[in-house]
Write a new protein. Structure first.
Length: 270
DNA sequence: CCCGGAACCTGAAGGC
DNA sequence: TGCCTTCAGGTTCCGG
């Protein structure tokens, strides 16, 4: 499940291989991967454009194109972008291929077909609607407090709302709440100042550690070179069904909050 | 306007 | 053993 650390890892590993390269063609094995414009126009407009660089906003990858526009890619749950040569057999479940002028290619592999590509202009509305980047300097404790103050729902649900903070998904929300010793059902606007401070620190700590470990390969996530990340090995609660709390030994609990599995220690998190 | 749930998909895991 | 059901989750859409 690519969240901020996984998408950032993909961005940093893909960028050196494709920056400055030009797109010689696009293959669509499943047209549903293109959200806009029409599949045919998508191919026509991309062909011949060069990649000036790759950015990231939340869980979105932003390819800056020489024509001034953006290629926006979201990997959703099972997507991966793999680097290869045009002479090789593309990996299984490859839904789209971006061919580059040096004979290499980016294969968009996505077993579940949730991922999407889209051409957009700078200042795109979807990207603009995202909340602040949690790892940027401007994301202070008071910004977190102000963002959460508008929501009275469970903190777990609010943390994964991309319009509140960008980039946090199910796994890292569970990890951050555990590190901050906050129960996921606690009302978002009911946190104490001490709790807000712990949560702010925990969000950054958890995300930075996961980027350092090149992301978490709990499912289908793999890096552009095909390697896995190791962040999941450091998870304290996420996806650890039936295990014990690493701090107090209490069996971990799993709740369903807003339809999402949520792991917690019922003793440490109050 | 805000909140919550369904839909989109398919592989994996669980149940009988 | 094997088939059928359920689960997993990011985002968008829709109904209350």
């Amino acid at each position: 499940m690519p969240e901020l650390p996984e998408v950032e890892t993909i961005r940093s590993e893909l960028a050196p291989a494709v920056t400055g390269r030009c797109i010689s063609g696009v293959t669509l094995n499943w047209e549903g991967m293109v959200a806009a414009p029409s599949p045919q126009e998508f191919i026509t407009r991309l062909k011949g454009q060069c990649i000036k660089g790759i950015g990231r906003r939340g869980k979105y990858l932003l390819f800056y194109l020489s024509g001034g526009g953006l290629l926006i890619i979201h990997l959703k749950m099972s997507g991966a972008l793999l680097l290869g040569r045009d002479t090789e057999l593309p990996p299984g479940y490859t839904r789209a291929i971006i061919h580059l002028d040096n004979g290499s290619r980016i294969s968009f592999r996505d077993p579940r077909k949730f991922g999407r590509m889209r051409l957009a202009a700078e200042g795109d509305a979807v990207i603009s609607a995202l909340g602040p980047e949690p790892l940027e300097e401007g994301f202070t404790v008071s910004v977190l407090k102000e963002r959460l103050a508008r929501h009275k729902g469970p903190i777990k649900a609010v943390l994964i709302d991309q319009s509140v903070i960008a980039g946090i998904g199910n796994m890292y929300a569970d990890e951050a709440l555990f590190a901050a010793r906050i129960h996921p059902l606690m009302s978002a606007n009911g946190l104490s100042d001490a709790g807000l401070k712990r949560l702010h620190h925990a969000i950054r700590e958890v995300l930075v550690a996961a980027i350092g470990a090149k992301g978490a390969s709990v499912n289908t996530y793999i890096r552009p070179g095909g390697q896995k990340g190791s962040a999941h090995q450091e998870f304290k609660v996420a996806h650890r069904r039936g295990e014990k709390c690493p701090v107090c030994g209490t069996p971990l609990e799993r709740l369903v909050i807003r339809g999402r599995g949520s792991y917690l220690c019922p003793r440490c998190q109050v």
